[in-house]
Write a protein of this length. Structure first.
Length: 94
């Protein structure tokens, strides 16, 4: 199941980790963006994270520890980080 791309949650997680580590800072496009948009649908707080809609997903530096993070830019210009691990963990077993 796993968004029809990955056979296991482990492979799904590894693919997203690769996107996070290998993408330059800034907006995601193409296949990486598509994977993250589909992954985000499984976030337990999806409605709150998305708000009025997603404009972009970006890779940026986290404000506290300085690590790489995914951030949503909503249609209204507000931003929110999100955990891809929460998304994957919350996805039904497939």
């Amino acid at each position: 199941m796993y968004i029809n791309l990955f056979k296991t949650k482990k492979l799904w997680s590894e693919a997203i980790q690769a996107i996070l580590q290998e993408s330059p800072f800034g907006r995601l496009e193409g296949e990486p963006l598509r994977i993250l948009l589909e992954t985000l649908k499984f976030h337990p707080d999806y409605e709150d994270k998305v708000g009025q809609g997603i404009r972009d997903i970006v890779v940026a530096q986290g404000p506290i520890y300085g690590g790489r993070c995914f951030w949503i830019t909503r249609q209204d210009g507000s931003i929110s980080d999100f955990s891809y691990s929460k998304c994957i963990n919350h996805a039904p077993k497939g």
